[in-house]
Design a protein around this ligand. Structure first.
Ligand code: 5GP
Length: 195
């Protein structure tokens, strides 16, 4: 997606060969217009899938997921990383190892909001080794819900998450796929060097 690639080029900071910082529009400050454009793109790509719920992980998945929910006119659930005092319901939970924080969190979703009647679109900000998406897939399976696919904002194609899911037959739609962050440069999958 051209608009997203330009934003990454203009504002992304390459922190290492494996980590890209996009705090100015996705992970700290949020660009609502860009998020709306992402939401429209997911809605177009998954238009005919009969999606009933969008599932994401707090906190950086919430903005793009909400815009996709707005466009598809379905509710958005975010898995919580910490048990809230108000989360007293029965829970689906899964363990997720964080690529950036190097710690394991237990994520949870109330059983009130996800069931076998649902068709779920999982959305997250980044796809690296796939641990976050694996945790969300686990929750979808626990609910016996149907999976429509996975929508990612930025996939790092040089890490194995995306291929691992595609090989399993899971539909993964990433709006930008980075092939390399070596030498401080962002290269997208199309092989073009843009910075
Ligand atoms: P995975 O679970 O696929 O290994 O990593 C995905 C999660 O780690 C995302 O939810 C995101 O929060 C974080 N993450 C992974 N790689 C990056 C990165 O290069 N930059 C940022 N900002 N977050 C990342």
């Amino acid at each position: 997606m051209e608009l997203l690639q330009q934003k990454i080029v203009n504002e992304g900071k390459v922190l290492s060969d494996t980590v890209l910082k996009v705090d100015s529009f996705l992970n700290h400050q949020i660009d609502p217009e860009l998020m709306l454009a992402l939401g429209k793109e997911y809605a177009a790509r998954f238009a005919d899938c009969g999606i009933t719920k969008i599932l994401t992980l707090e906190s950086s998945g919430i903005a793009p997921a909400t815009m996709a929910g707005l466009e598809l006119k379905v509710p958005v659930i975010f898995a919580r990383k910490r048990k809230s005092l108000t989360l007293v319901d029965q829970l689906y939970s899964a363990k997720v190892y964080s690529f950036t924080k190097k710690e394991t969190n237990e994520i949870s979703v109330s059983k009130d909001y996800l069931s076998e009647k649902d068709v779920v679109l999982i959305i997250d900000d980044f796809l690296a080794n796939g641990q976050a998406v694996l945790g969300l897939l686990d929750i979808v399976e626990q609910a016996d819900a149907k999976l429509a696919g996975v929508g990612i904002v930025i996939e790092k194609g040089f890490q194995n998450g995306g291929n691992q899911f595609r090989e399993r037959g899971i539909r993964v739609e990433s709006l930008a796929i980075i092939s390399s962050l070596e030498n401080g440069m962002v290269r997208f999958k199309e092989e073009e060097t843009v910075r």
